[in-house]
Design a protein around this ligand. Structure first.
Ligand SMILES: Nc1nc2c(c(=O)[nH]1)N[C@H]1C(S)=C(S)[C@@H](COP(=O)(O)OP(=O)(O)OC[C@H]3O[C@@H](n4cnc5c(=O)[nH]c(N)nc54)[C@H](O)[C@@H]3O)O[C@H]1N2
Ligand SMILES: Nc1nc2c(c(=O)[nH]1)N[C@H]1C(S)=C(S)[C@@H](COP(=O)(O)OP(=O)(O)OC[C@H]3O[C@@H](n4cnc5c(=O)[nH]c(N)nc54)[C@H](O)[C@@H]3O)O[C@H]1N2
Ligand SMILES: [Mo]
Length: 682
């Protein structure tokens, strides 16, 4: 048996370092690597389930072609020739832009960049998407305010005396954060949580505020007002480092706790307590989550909350930070690819046309001159994860040809004409960063690809040859097949930072130039060089008020609607979005999907625990069992995102494709629904 050091490449804060055990060419064990100070205890349950995931009989390991509605195995030659023929046909008849290249967050790594290179330089352009499903409203809000997205190293949390989890649920979405968090609490820190749900992260909280979804900005503005009125601000910090404080102070004067309470449903007393803690207990680490910004007012909400860290001087010190996203380990531009977007007004020169990720279905259908004819999907599951599944499905089915590169038979793969088998994390080396832990890590190749699996870099190499390119032309653009080319490429990237692949094989390396205490140099790369509570750019780039304000979220508060309940679809412990739940070890624990509803709302509808209910709105519906729980705020219902349609709770059939106010994010949570009883539990 051999052991290799590697890192989990999933889209997750933790990005754990792992030790993989390999025996006779198979992954047989996953162990922790204590060398990584952020993830010393290694993988979560999902991480441990890689043993099953790598060896699962359900994996797609050969190219497949849909024939009369079912998939049959074909050769690589047939698959690539069929695809090349289509690509040439669509290019000749409609132009390259009739092909949509769609990639999402299924696998992190530097080599993903080669996919973009194929579509740009080999095929000569394509339509692509801008924006992203995840975190951009908060990234942009933070960038516009602080100039950069970074935070203190994870273990610095132990130095905090006050920890505020504002719409983040690390007990599920970032389990390793619970280690320094609990250590801080053991040393006497206080934990405050603001979340419409009473999550597992609230167990040791001093205070829990349960606002209606999307009403955090009123709370933050009222808290700022109270802090300023009581003189709990850090005047020296403000004088030296803050731009626009006077305007901000004037701006928040009308925002009383009573006003915030009326909107959010949080009692005045709790809002005042929150203000007291934030104004008086230092140092404070404020941890905003990503769920809280997936609303049409998400960017401004994040700016309003961030103002609380700013006026109390809780930035740039041990134990004090704004803990949104730490991009310090993304030192290679290419790793930043998932962050890049090419909105229509900022074309990158070759792709020339892009459509909104948030409105994928609507935009695909509306695209003209040329219309879309083909889609290529890799590292994503848009038929489960993007808003408004009905529209995405309609748009998919209107195309002439669909290619999906996948490991498993997802909702999206089921729609393909051709499925190409995707590599897993053990079958090709790559370098990964993390948006929480501060290391650069090597995700090592530890086994040969299963069956006929080829990594994307090779798929594109062979496809390019079918398009008439020869090896000499290609070697300047793409990566030739063979581990030695991958290693050489990764090593050359590392050399730019005086690092080497050899070093990285031994374990994670702290990102070059890492600031353990972010902004400890008090340099804020904004236009004014200071923290911008007042940001001109908020207006010029996004047409929003330069000061943080509250706008009621579309659909949730704007319309008269027959759908009274707020639908929440957060992330859940034992999946990364739509991944993992198909594995036996995971499904054994997560069971069947349920709709969580507060007993007060259930009783009104004659619904009991375990009854079969239908959840619906104007966009779609499905049936699922109800689970009555006080963990959910009255007026809200909860189904975590990520269940495949074939697993029973495809929550995005209910969501609308809308962009957030900043950053071209996806406002997943602006949805109202109704629930009705279908059948009593037997
Ligand atoms: N186990 C697991 N871990 C993951 C992931 C996963 O799928 N599974 N996904 C990864 C990815 S890609 C992401 S983006 C992160 C996201 O992880 P988090 O940042 O924790 O985000 P969410 O789980 O979407 O939402 C966090 C909390 O916000 C609450 N919330 C929702 N709306 C509001 C609101 O309006 N106000 C307030 N105050 N709270 C609100 C939800 O109830 C939820 O408990 O997790 C990463 N880690
Ligand atoms: N309703 C609702 N919807 C949401 C959210 C929400 O809060 N509510 N959250 C959103 C968020 S935060 C995110 S980040 C998105 C995530 O959206 P996606 O990135 O689309 O989500 P995943 O479910 O991780 O799907 C990734 C797919 O990539 C495949 N894959 C893994 N590795 C590879 C590889 O190496 N090559 C290829 N070709 N494929 C691979 C996996 O098998 C999986 O099917 O979902 C969003 N959707
Ligand atoms: Mo995400």
């Amino acid at each position: 048996m051999k052991e290799f050091i590697t890192a989990c490449p999933r889209n997750c804060y933790s990005t754990c370092s792992l030790v993989v055990q390999v025996d006779k060419g198979k992954v047989v064990g996953i162990n922790p690597l204590p060398l990584n100070r952020a993830t010393p205890f290694g993988g979560c349950l999902k991480g441990l389930s890689y043993v099953e995931r790598a060896n699962s009989p359900d994996r797609i390991i050969y190219p497949l072609k849909k024939v009369n509605g079912s998939f049959k195995r074909i050769s690589w030659n047939e698959a690539l020739e069929t695809i090349a023929e289509k690509l040439i046909h669509f290019r000749d008849v409609y132009g390259q832009k009739s092909v949509l290249f769609y990639a999402a967050s299924g696998m992190a790594g530097l080599l993903n960049d080669f996919s973009g290179k194929f579509w740009r330089y080999v095929y000569g352009g394509a339509t692509t998407v801008y924006g992203n499903l995840c975190w951009p409203a908060g990234l942009e809000a933070t960038r516009l305010t602080l100039g950069e997205n970074k935070h203190n190293v994870p273990w610095d949390l132990e130095n905090a005396k006050l920890i505020v989890l504002w719409g983040k649920n690390p007990a599920e979405s970032n389990v390793h954060e619970m280690i320094p968090l609990n250590n801080a609490l053991d040393k006497g820190a206080e934990l405050l949580v603001i979340d419409p749900r009473r999550t597992q992260s609230t167990q040791r909280a001093t205070l829990l505020l349960q606002p209606y979804p999307s009403t955090d900005a009123p709370i933050a503005l009222a808290v700022a007002n109270i802090i300023i009125q009581n003189g709990w601000i850090d005047s020296d910090f403000i004088k030296q480092h803050v731009h626009g404080f006077d305007q901000f102070a004037e701006h928040v004067k009308p925002f009383t706790a009573q006003w915030a309470s009326n909107i959010s449903g949080v009692p005045v007393n709790l809002i005042e307590k929150l203000a007291w803690y934030i104004g008086n207990v230092k140092p404070m680490t404020l941890i905003p989550g990503y769920g809280m910004q997936r609303y049409t007012n998400g960017g401004q909400t994040v700016r309003a909350i961030l103002a609380l860290s700013v006026i109390t001087g809780n930035i740039g010190k041990p134990g004090a930070c704004w803990h949104y996203a730490n991009l310090q380990s993304y030192v290679f531009d290419d790793v930043l690819e998932p962050l890049c977007y090419y909105p229509p007004d900022k074309p990158d020169g070759i792709m020339r046309r892009s459509i909104s990720t948030a409105r994928l279905g609507e935009d695909m259908l509306a695209t003209k001159n040329p219309e879309l004819k083909m889609i290529w999907v890799e590292r994503g599951n848009p038929l489960t994860q993007n808003p408004n599944t009905g529209k995405v499905l309609e748009a998919f089915r209107k195309l002439d040809f669909r290619v999906v590169v996948e490991q498993f038979m997802t909702d999206t793969a089921l729609e393909a004409e051709i499925i190409l088998p995707a590599k897993n994390m053990f079958e090709q080396s790559d370098i990964v960063g993390s948006y929480w832990n501060p290391y650069i890590q090597l995700k090592q190749k530890v086994v040969e690809p299963a069956g006929e699996v080829k990594p994307e870099t090779e798929i594109y190499w062979w496809l390019a040859q079918k398009l008439g390119f020869n090896e000499a032309d290609l070697s300047n653009i793409l990566l030739p097949p063979g581990d030695e080319h991958v290693d050489r490429y990764l090593d050359s990237k590392l050399r730019e930072f005086n690092l080497s692949l050899e070093e990285l094989r031994k374990g994670p390396i702290l990102a070059p130039g890492l600031q353990e205490i972010a902004f400890s140099d008090y340099r804020f790369p904004t236009p004014s060089g200071k923290i911008e509570l007042y940001s001109e750019q908020v207006q010029t780039l996004w047409g929003e008020n330069p000061l943080p304000t509250y706008k009621p979220a579309v659909e949730l508060f704007h319309n008269q609607t027959p759908y009274p309940l707020f639908l929440m679809s957060p992330n859940t412990k034992n999946r990364i979005h739509s991944q993992f739940n198909n594995l036996k070890v995971i499904s054994m624990i997560s069971g069947a999907p349920v709709l969580q509803i507060n007993p007060a709302d259930a009783i009104q509808r004659g619904i009991g625990d375990g009854d079969l209910v239908e959840i619906f709105n104007s966009r779609g519906s499905f049936r699922v069992k109800a689970q009555l729980t006080y963990e959910v705020r009255v007026g809200c219902v909860v189904i975590p995102n990520g269940w495949w349609r074939t697993q029973g709770a495809p929550v995005n059939v209910l969501s609308e494709g809308r962009e957030t106010d900043m950053g071209h994010g996806s406002a997943f949570h602006n949805n109202r629904v109704e629930v009705k009883l279908v059948k009593r539990k037997p």
